[in-house]
Write a new protein. Sequence first.
Length: 702
Amino acid sequence: MAQGELKGGILSKEYYADSLVVEEEIRISRDIHREQHNEHLEYHHAENAIAIALRSNSPILYARALDNQGLLYRYHQVYQEALALHVKAFDLVKNLENASLVKMISANNAGVAARYAQEYDKAVFYYMEALKVAETHGDLRNIAIACNGLGNALVNMPNRADDAIIYFERALEAERERENTLGMAMNYLSISDYYNEREEYQISRQYLEHLLEINSNREDTFGLAITYQYFGLNYVKEGKSFGLAREYYFKSLALFVQLENKLKQAELLLHLGEVERLERNYTQAIDYYQQSLPLAKESNYKGILLGLYSGMSLIHEAQSNDAKALEYYKLAQSYKDSIALKEQETAIAAIEKRYAFEKKEAQIALLEKDQAIQQAQLAQQEEAMQNQKFLLMLLIVGLLAIGTITMLLHRNNLVKKRSNQLLLQRNQQILRQRDEISLQKEKIEETNRQLEQALVEIVHQQKESEQRRIKLIKSQFENKIQSLALQSLESQMNPHFLFNGMNAVRWLVIKNQNKAAIDYLNTFAQLLRLSLTSNRKNVIPLKEEIRTTTLYLEIEKLRFNSEFTFSVHIAPEIDIKQVMVPPKILQPLAENAIKHGLLPSKKAEKRLEINVVRKSNGVCVEVVDNGDGIKKDYYKNGPKQDGAHLGLKLIRERLSIYNQQYDTTISFSIEALDGGDMGQNKGTRAAIHICSRAKVGTLVTS
């Protein structure tokens, strides 16, 4: 902590007095810039703030004053000098623990100045420093400022434009979290400009639409005028809709007229002239230029004047009026030279002022030496006070020890008196106990009777406990039998599945489709790996079962030379990682759909869909094909016993055992679509219904 910031003394009062004066000088300098644009007077108050901050010997105050001077330089486009002051301000406080706000402000300002000076690597460095401090303190405002600056810096660096949008979006999210509509508007404008520069004009306009909505809700006339101006700039840069650009420029101009903002009026009239010039409406273009000219001259807006004279020179050159073209060209060049000369004069003045600051800073070294001496004296005083405190503590401990010994002696005397009294009372109690012995005998006899009754109850409880244990063993034995039955069914399915897979490879080799056979084997290997993993489990996530079935469908699609197509649709509100099902429950349905529905079908387009949808009582997994519908004799006679519908039979049996073993409600249904056997065949729907109240995988033990 600096000398001027010591608490509890005269120096602290001086520091707070200086702090108030410095902040007031900073405020005045910015008000003058905003309202009067008197450069000399702005710098005068800013330099007063620096001088007072130097006198206070406070690095925080000095950093605030330097940062303010840097801002004024930046406002007047003296970016290198502004950058030097912002960096110096940051260096003064970067190692101070109580200066996080000044760190963030000066680092962000250094990033802005470096970006305007086109030193983008420095800009990124200082924005990152500001972002680190802001994230440490959870300061959403400075997080948004730093991220927006990073986006604007990165967009100008080679091969970093794609990173810029990440920071723009993060800045926008921070402003949303703050519910700061002005900050959101600024970031929408930055993102729109980013896409505009990348020539992605439609996306740029989408963000401008968001900006328009925010400024409309805010009833921000200036914000609406800027939004309309950027719509116009977008359409001009796109080069397709000059008419729309003209309409937006007119809307923007009307609002700036309402705000009496002559700078923006001059700028909008220049834009309108540029639109007319691009469409070769030279008379109208010159008319807009002539309207803009007195507004620009009134406040000496040299940049706009340069644009106006350059535009008129180009028009006269296009009209082959070389004399006029040369005249306006020379006027444009004079303003260009004037701008450059003004920048040089400002830069020289800034350098001179910097030398003055550095001279004043030499005084700090002497003040710091005095501070070191005072701190050493203060440390000695604190050490002496610590010694006095230690002696005082020893004295207090000694007094407490003496008091404790006195209390113990007094307590021993009291104990002796109490012991004698207790001994007398004990003798009297023994006499009374003799009289109570006879009463105790009666109580003992009563207790014996109670014990006999308790023993009878314990024997009864043991019998009931043994009966419950026998029921539990019986229940566990039944569950074991059901588990073995389930394993038996699964062992029937695996050879059935392997037989189908190897039969498919054999057909591809016979047809000499070696590449297809290799692809088939690779996919088949993945499927076997997943199958081996799932076979060790009683239940698996629905996501894993769908993956296994998808691999199987890819194999069948290869096998049958893409004779059918398939797709998987999952409702977005369903998390298939959380829905648990028995393994090998969908693949037989897909196999049945291909073998008995799609392959026999004569339709040109054969489709199979797997749909996971939410039902009122749970989740439904559907396997739907548009092949030949299931025959109605299936409803009468059930699945055939010759193996054609073995997979469906196994599914029903497995689900029956699972529902018993795990106390679940998982059901299976299959139906023809719209007619089946009795009308035009539209396919078959097989469905697994998983009731939401059931939690698959919880073993029933009764």
